[in-house]
Ligand binder design. Structure first.
Ligand code: ZN
Length: 269
């Protein structure tokens, strides 16, 4: 069994402030340790379920050379391999080769979710709403669409209560979720301590991989229209002249394709 672990840092237990997610400061370096250990927990769970090849890809834009490079290589479980990508969603090789399941660890809810800890969609400053064929999605939806394009189902989402709910709403009740904190607001939460959170993630990963058919690969629909609503008109400017982008309002653009990947890759990169 080949398992892809796609991860972010904002959904890790104990992480509730931006300073824990980047900026090369003490809190970030503590956050990286918490993050890496949650990945290790998912790797252990996948191994226990029979995974023979496990590839982890960090999807967190921490800033500078830490972007997509927050995991601590010396502390990662030796039974996985990890990818440092340069652009978000650019790494597709493992999916293209054929992957049995994806596990999403440390996820956060979409922008505008009241109880979503550190909630945002792609850019906490610039993006307000993202829709795939009219359905509001967050980063769980983007990564699920990426996996789904190559036929890979997402079987686990871990993070706060809000992203677990978001995941089940999008992907169905067959999705296993592990709730490691409950948001009290965007920058506050009731957390499960790291040691117990890791045990829960390990058990959740193992349980999720018992039934590879529990969730269908996610497909937003064909053809596919991606709409992005920015927070303000100036935020739209850098996208205005990208190929395949149509400006449809002062803060709105759409990109279209025969399928989701064609629409996404034609404007995002
Ligand atoms: Zn992130």
């Amino acid at each position: 069994m080949r398992v892809h672990i796609i991860s972010d840092i904002e959904g890790v237990a104990g992480i509730v402030k931006w300073a824990q997610t980047g900026g090369d400061q003490t809190l970030y370096h503590e956050g990286r340790k918490l993050y890496t250990e949650e990945i290790n927990a998912a790797v252990r769970g996948a191994k226990a379920a029979g995974a023979k090849e496990i590839v982890v890809v960090d999807c967190h834009g921490a800033g500078g050379d830490y972007t997509f490079n927050s995991l601590l290589p010396a502390e990662l479980d030796p039974d996985c391999e990890f990818v440092v990508q340069n652009e978000w969603t650019e790494y597709t090789e493992f999916l293209e080769e054929g992957c049995d399941a994806a596990l999403f660890v440390g996820m956060h809810a979409m922008a505008g979710t009241p109880d979503g800890v550190l909630s945002h969609t792609v850019s906490s400053q610039a993006w307000q709403n993202l829709r795939f064929n009219g359905t509001l999605v967050g980063e769980t939806g983007i990564n699920a669409a990426l996996c789904g394009h190559w036929g890979c189902p997402v079987l686990l989402v871990t993070g706060d209560r809000a992203v677990c709910r978001e995941g089940r709403t999008l992907l169905g009740e067959g999705l296993t979720t592990v709730e490691v904190k409950v948001g009290l607001g965007r920058f506050s939460a009731r957390n499960i301590p790291a040691v117990r959170a890791r045990e829960m993630i390990e058990a959740g990963a193992k349980r999720a991989l018992k039934d590879l058919k529990a969730v269908q690969p996610y497909d937003p629909g064909r053809p596919c229209e991606i709409e992005i609503e920015f927070t303000s008109p100036d935020r739209l400017e850098e996208y205005r002249n990208r190929k395949n982008v149509e400006v449809t309002g002062p803060r709105l653009i759409v990109a279209r394709g025969d399928d989701w990947w064609q629409a996404w890759s034609s404007f995002y990169f």
